[in-house]
Design a protein around this ligand. Structure first.
Ligand SMILES: [Fe+2]
Length: 178
C-alpha cells in the first residue's frame, strides 16, 4: 500500500524512511502547509484531525484527537532536535492512553454487538504488541527508535482510524451511540 501523505501532500517515506531525516530538512522547513502553519514557524502538526477522521462517536473522536496530538508532539520535538529526549515518555504515554482508548472503543462495539469486533480487537492487539517492542528497544538498545515510532504511528493511526474505525460508525450510530 502507498505511503500515507503528509499534510504537505508528499509521502511520509520522503523523510522518515529515507534515513536522511534531520530537523533542518529543507522541505520540512519550507513545506507548503496551508491551514496549519503558524506565522513565524512554531508548531507544524504532522496530521491535522478533520472530518475525514471522524467516526461520528464523540468520545472516540476526542480520543483519536488525543492520539494524533501525541504523534504531532513527537514530530514537533523531532523538528527541533529533541526527539530522543521525548521518545521514552511518549511511548509510555502511548502505552497507557491506547489501553484506555482501546478498552473504551471495544466496550462501545460490544455494547452495540458490532459483528466485526473480533477482527477489530485483533488490530488493537497488533498495535499493543508493537508498542511493547518499542518499549523493549528503549530499555535494551542504545539508539532510541524515534523515527520508527513516528513512522509506525503515522501509518497506523491514519489507516486504522480511516479504514477500520470508521466502519463501525453507522452500526454504533444505529444503536444510538454517538
Ligand atoms: Fe480502533
Amino acid at each position: 500500500m502507498a505511503s500515507p501523505l503528509l499534510a504537505c501532500g508528499l509521502p511520509l517515506d520522503c523523510f522518515f524512511l529515507s534515513g536522511n531525516w534531520k530537523p533542518e530538512t529543507p522541505f520540512l522547513k519550507n513545506a507548503p502547509y496551508a491551514a496549519d502553519k503558524p506565522k513565524g514557524g512554531g508548531n507544524i502538526p504532522l496530521i491535522v484531525w478533520d472530518q475525514s477522521y471522524s467516526v461520528n462517536v464523540k468520545r472516540c473522536d476526542e480520543q483519536h484527537q488525543k492520539l494524533l496530538s501525541l504523534l504531532n508532539g513527537l514530530h514537533q520535538a523531532m523538528r527541533v532536535g529533541q526527539g530522543r529526549a521525548v521518545i521514552a515518555p511518549l511511548v509510555q504515554e502511548l502505552d497507557a492512553y491506547t489501553d484506555t482508548h482501546f478498552k473504551a472503543e471495544e466496550a462501545l462495539m460490544e455494547q452495540a454487538s458490532y459483528p466485526a469486533l473480533a477482527a477489530h480487537r485483533g488490530q488493537h492487539q497488533t498495535f499493543i504488541a508493537q508498542v511493547q517492542k518499542f518499549k523493549q528497544s528503549l530499555a535494551t538498545q542504545a539508539g532510541a527508535p524515534t523515527i520508527e515510532v513516528a513512522s509506525f504511528l503515522m501509518d497506523w493511526l491514519s489507516k486504522h482510524i480511516k479504514q477500520t474505525d470508521r466502519q463501525y460508525a453507522s452500526h454504533l450510530n444505529a444503536k444510538g451511540i454517538h
